[in-house]
Write a protein that binds this ligand. Structure first.
Ligand SMILES: Nc1nc2c(ncn2[C@@H]2O[C@H](COP(=O)(O)OP(=O)(O)OP(=O)(O)O)[C@@H](O)[C@H]2O)c(=O)[nH]1
Length: 893
């Protein structure tokens, strides 16, 4: 007999098919459409449910999924408030629950309004076209070069001094205020730039005096407007801790969190739902879990099963089981890696999206009331001032990148003192008079596209422009192409330096010719890319190259930033100095960095204790595009880490600490997933590995050899390769584990065990270590693994029992059980079940908090008292027992 179809059941009851469909969905049944057939028990349930609901009534959203959207969508669901039934389907995308539609329309207005506002806000932010017909699109009216006027600081469009070195006393990069004779009129508040927001934009006297230079010391630092009302960036008036996201995504508001007072009806609904689920939901290895319909679930890196369970509103224990049957073993609170989540999500009908590190950091900062993108958007044209272009040098190995960077740096100190010691600080600025104006250009002195890519990989957009170095005697080489691909991918304009033109056999024309194939067409060939012949050896062409950089920058880039706010930028490089602690070269991207500022860079934080330029000159301030060496950070940030100044030390520290936690989590997730014998075949099929690498350690050399020999004899098909990358006699050591980590190997211990360090490391890194005392067992396992047949065997072990002596009710944390441990040990990562009068009340719960007095602890032993939080599970009473279970892998032998 055929199973009834949905529309038939609907017709029988005189309801529309969509109502029946909605009901089914609510029951957790996944059916495609009215023509889908359902099993008789489901049909019965459906009828019963429809009748019970009164067939024409709107379907309730009892089984509504938790809000999976980002918090942004939350307000949408809320305003509907009064009718949760209507609000819920609205939050879900294509809810077939048609009756909910009118109600859904209302909340939908809320988010719609936002983009509109945003669009409005951004519109005026587009850079206005410069007035006049200047060939340099971003060059707003320049201050006419007034001969003799001091160069206004770092402003690339500031006027030259006209005499001697163009750098005047107020030029921070003069670096030698003493040489430049008395600083011409130190803080010269004059020289207003037409249209400039800060009259007297020259930042007088930024470099701290230097030796004996008049006007040195602090005096010259009074920038006009230095007393600017607060450093608080305009537009960011609100308290730093506004805490927009009161609670992270996936708070406690799930299906259980509909507000108090309705415990009874909530429970009955829940029971009903569970009943449906248990009976009708697809079974995965004995557990029934409601399936999703392809919804996207955003998870943080390092999230655990509990986090996922909360988002899809199922029990973590069930997910542990499902995962277990998918061949993965994890506890509810353990961090999972992306691919494990994917497998789990796919099985359950969800699309898992791991939040990118950038988004994660953005959300983290938003938690502190910092939205850097918004900050930039909110900036007004009048806030922006010109900054120097930031240039990276890239090219094939040995084509002269380092040499060229040196030549450029030297060209800047032609009349500097002989033998002047310039520290290598990873970034420096040079000055050129360009069209009558003294301009600064910032060079990132970490040649190579690796550095460029590493920074880009961390989301740091540092470079405005790339110099592609091509040796004229060698032509285009693989890394040349790689470098230009990187630059083009980043949308960064390129200037080509055809280097080594002094060499015999140099053929610059050929370089031009070759590069046309890569869309880099020289101006002289009718293209728009500037090619400059240079010799890093003799210095020929270096000035022209800088000129070309400035022309290219002016032609296509909007190089402006707001200097009047707390500094934001990127760490270019950092090292630990014995005497000075962490020394970090930072590039300011916007705002002004000052001594004493509270600063956070990646996971490092602190206060700016001292700042120096590349030549060691101390400065008190650094503004956009200016690289400085900063002392005062607690630790060494990584190249490419962004940094920012916070109003308070505390905020900087908290941001750093949160980031560290995030990183730890991400690392845990990564560590979890190394190759194990069980998943070898899968990894092989997915192309993640090509060979099974083994490390064999044994108690005697004979055994090791015998094992090796037998293993190599295992007959496998051609697609699989088995390699023994290391073998030896003795305990498994940390270096064995290290090797396994690098080569993704499985360690076989024959009658030997790892030492403590090795064990810890293996656990941390997720290395699969197997122990055998019978050779055949080892061979069997490896063979089945190669054939993809090896499944781990686990058994449940009761690890602890605790009796509830008191129940603490907390609105924030839910009910907390005050217990005494009766036997064994209660551990934080264990699964738990609640037993009342000898009957299991709930299973598969996660111990989400374990505390002794005020402290979080990882385990509590027999006879000790502690507090246990079971997450959303609140149904606990005095006298209940909490039993913890651990899944222990059964040893094979
Ligand atoms: N004749 C001549 N030799 C040069 C010129 N520029 C660099 N060289 C030489 O080429 C070699 C490589 O120069 P580097 O500056 O180290 O090249 P690089 O691109 O930085 O090399 P890697 O750092 O290894 O990628 C050195 O021996 C330089 O002396 C030049 O303009 N003319």
């Amino acid at each position: 007999m055929a199973n009834p179809r949905v529309h038939e059941i609907a017709a029988e009851l005189g309801v529309e098919s969509k109502v029946a469909l909605a009901k089914l969905k609510e029951m957790g049944e996944f059916v495609k459409g009215p023509a889908s057939a359902v099993a008789p028990p489901v049909a019965r349930k459906l009828k019963a449910a429809l009748e019970e609901a009164g067939v024409t009534k709107q379907p309730e959203a009892a089984a509504a999924a938790p809000a999976q959207e980002k918090p942004a969508s939350k307000p949408a669901a809320k305003p509907a408030g009064a009718k949760p039934a209507a609000a819920k389907p609205a939050a879900e995308a294509p809810a077939p629950a048609a009756p909910a539609a009118p109600a859904a329309a209302k909340p939908a207005e809320a988010p719609a309004a936002k983009p509109a506002e945003a669009a409005e806000a951004t519109a005026p932010a587009t850079p206005a076209a410069p007035a006049g017909d200047s060939p340099t699109p971003n060059a707003i009216p320049r201050p006419m070069a007034r001969p003799g006027a001091p160069r206004p600081g770092n402003n690339p469009f500031a006027s030259s001094q006209g005499m001697g070195r163009p750098r005047g006393g107020n030029n921070p990069f003069t670096a030698r205020p003493t040489r430049d004779s008395p600083r011409p009129g130190a803080p010269r508040p004059g020289a207003p730039r037409p249209g400039a927001p800060r009259p007297g934009s020259p930042r007088p006297g930024a470099p701290r005096g230097g030796q004996g230079g008049p006007g040195g010391g602090g005096l010259g630092f009074q920038r006009p407007g230095a007393g600017q009302p607060g450093r608080g960036a305009p537009g960011r008036g609100g308290p730093a801790f506004a805490g927009r996201r009161g609670r992270g995504p996936g708070g406690t508001a799930g299906a259980f969190g509909k507000g108090g007072g309705k415990a009874k009806s909530r429970k009955s609904k829940r029971t009903k739902r569970l009943e449906f689920e248990m009976r009708e939901a697809p079974s995965l290895g004995g557990v029934r879990v409601r399936r999703g319909e392809g919804q996207v679930i955003r998870m943080r890196r390092g999230a655990s099963i509990s986090d996922f369970a909360e988002k899809i509103d199922v029990s973590p224990g069930d997910l542990v089981q499902v995962l277990f049957h998918l061949g993965e073993m994890a506890t509810a609170t353990e961090s999972l890696d992306e691919s494990t989540f994917e497998i789990l999500g796919e099985e359950l009908g969800y699309r898992i999206q791991i939040v990118s590190p950038e988004d994660e950091d953005k959300e983290l900062l938003e938690g502190f009331g910092l939205d850097l993108e918004q900050e930039l958007e909110d900036e007004d044209e009048s806030d922006l001032e010109f900054r120097a272009p930031v240039v990276t040098v890239m090219g094939h190995v040995d084509h002269g990148k380092t040499r060229l960077l040196d030549a450029i740096r030297k060209s800047n100190v032609i009349d500097g003192e002989a033998g002047g010691i310039t520290q290598h600080i990873g970034a420096y600025q040079v000055y050129r008079e360009h069209e009558g104006i003294d301009r600064a250009v910032t060079f990132i002195d970490t040649p190579g596209h690796e550095a460029f890519t590493a920074m880009r990989a961390r989301g740091a957009r540092v470079t405005d422009l790339a110099i592609l170095v091509v040796a004229a005697d060698d032509g285009i080489m693989p890394q040349t192409v790689e470098a230009l691909n990187h630059a083009q991918a980043a949308g960064v304009p390129i200037v080509v330096a055809v280097n080594k033109v002094d060499k015999e056999g140099a053929n610059p024309a050929k370089v031009r010719q070759q590069l046309t194939e890569y869309n880099l067409v020289a101006e002289e060939y009718g293209g728009d890319v500037m090619f400059v012949d240079v010799s890093a050896l003799t210095g020929k062409g270096v000035d022209e190259l800088i000129e070309a950089v400035l022309l290219t920058a002016d032609a296509g880039l909007d190089l402006r930033a707001n200097p009047n706010k707390e500094a934001r930028g990127v760490a270019i490089e950092a090292r630990l100095d014995k005497g000075r602690g962490a020394v970090t070269t930072v590039l300011i991207q916007s705002g002004t960095l000052r001594i004493g500022d509270a600063i956070v860079a990646g996971t490092a934080y602190g206060r700016v204790r001292a700042m120096t330029l590349d030549d060691g000159t101390p400065v008190d301030e650094a503004w956009p595009s200016m690289p400085v060496q900063v002392q005062g950070l607690s630790s060494v940030p990584r190249a490419g880490d962004t940094f920012l100044v916070t109003e308070e030390d505390r905020t900087a520290r908290q941001i750093a600490e949160k980031r560290e936690a995030v990183e730890r989590n991400a690392l845990l997730a990564k560590a979890r997933k190394r190759l194990s014998l069980e998943d070898f075949k899968l990894a092989l099929e997915q192309g993640k590995v090509e060979t099974l690498n083994l490390i064999i350690k044994g108690d005697v050399s004979g055994a090791v050899e015998a094992l090796e020999e037998s293993l190599l004899k295992i007959d496998i098909d051609d697609s699989v390769d088995l390699r023994i990358i290391h073998r030896g006699v003795g305990a498994i050591t940390e270096s064995d584990v290290n090797l396994a980590t690098v080569d993704d190997a499985v360690i076989i211990g024959f009658n030997v065990r790892p030492d403590t360090k090795a064990r810890e490391r293996a656990a941390r890194e997720g290395v699969d270590v197997r122990f055998y005392n019978v050779i055949y067992a080892a061979i069997d396992d490896i063979e089945s693994s190669l054939k993809g047949m090896l499944k781990p065997e686990y058994e449940e072990v009761q690890s602890g029992v605790a009796e509830i002596r008191e129940v603490f009710r907390s609105s924030k944390w839910g009910n907390i059980a005050g217990v005494i441990v009766r036997s064994g040990t209660i551990t934080r990562n264990a699964k738990a079940r609640v037993i009342r009068d000898g009957v299991v009340l709930a299973d598969g719960l996660a111990i989400e908090s374990l505390r002794r007095f005020k402290d979080d602890v990882t385990e509590v032993k027999t006879d000790f008292e502690c507090g246990i939080g079971l997450g959303k599970f609140n149904d606990i009473q005095l006298g209940d027992e909490i039993e913890t279970i651990e899944m222990v892998e059964k040893p094979r032998d």
